[in-house]
Design a protein around this ligand. Structure first.
Ligand SMILES: Nc1ncnc2c1ncn2[C@@H]1O[C@H](COP(=O)(O)OP(=O)(O)OP(=O)(O)O)[C@@H](O)[C@H]1O
Length: 216
């Protein structure tokens, strides 16, 4: 998979004032590479990740998924790409409070990807083990620490083995132990499974594992 961004511009309007956020962003992202997008708060990290993940639309410029121009895709195809090819982890864990850890992880993929519940459960447990949070599989989110919840969010995003893994500030406000587990996991996962990871961070925690650093 190759994701290409060409001449991307994005601005927001506030009180009739236009605030340019992304100005002529160009980059090519490939499998088996970890990309780190760095920049101070407000520089547009979340904005560019949302555009790359097809959750937001650029004002001008082009995004290609392989050779396909995203603006040529109809909404059904965009949904399919988002569902099958992209895994996203946000800064806020967004776990459903009424469901257990395991239920949170398998819910969407079992209902949308024709994945059998038993198969999804076994896969989820394997990923939880790699993230060192397997013993919490039957707990509810409020029984977990922030770092544990973030690891569950990561397990949920990668259960479907997406080609493109997007992590928006995945370790902010976490302690060193949680950061270490998450950094190592992303590094192993990306290179063992030949996946593309695009991470935003304002800290130096991912510097060592990043193949490419993009400064906004
Ligand atoms: N929906 C929106 N409407 C108006 N302005 C917005 C909107 N989303 C983002 N912005 C503005 O665009 C700029 C970039 O926001 P963005 O969230 O992409 O930055 P960031 O680099 O991810 O910041 P942080 O590190 O704080 O998460 C900010 O100034 C923000 O206030």
């Amino acid at each position: 998979m190759i994701v290409k961004a060409e001449n991307i511009f994005k601005s927001y309007k506030k009180n009739k004032i236009t605030l340019p956020v992304i100005k002529d962003f160009n980059y090519e992202f490939k499998d088996n590479h970890i990309y780190l997008i760095k920049g101070f708060s407000g520089k547009g990290k979340t904005t560019i990740l949302s555009i790359l993940a097809l959750l937001d639309k650029e004002d001008s410029g082009k995004i290609y998924y392989n050779d396909k121009l995203v603006s040529d895709m109809d909404s059904e195809e965009k949904c399919r790409v988002r569902r099958e090819e992209i895994g996203i982890v946000f800064q806020k864990y967004n776990l459903l409070q009424g469901l257990t850890v395991l239920e949170n992880i398998i819910l969407v993929d079992v209902s949308t990807q024709n994945l059998k519940k038993e198969e999804a459960t076994l896969k989820a447990i394997e990923i939880l083990r790699m993230l060192q949070v397997e013993e919490k599989k039957d707990c509810y989110p409020h029984e977990l620490s922030g770092g544990e919840q973030q690891r569950v969010g990561i397990a949920r995003a990668i259960l479907k083995n997406p080609r493109i893994c997007i992590f928006d500030e995945p370790v902010s406000n976490l302690d060193d132990k949680n950061i270490d587990i998450i950094v190592k996991f992303i590094n192993n996962y990306c290179h063992q499974k030949d996946r593309m990871a695009i991470i935003s961070s304002h800290s130096e925690h991912f510097d060592e594992i990043a193949d490419n650093i993009i400064n906004l």
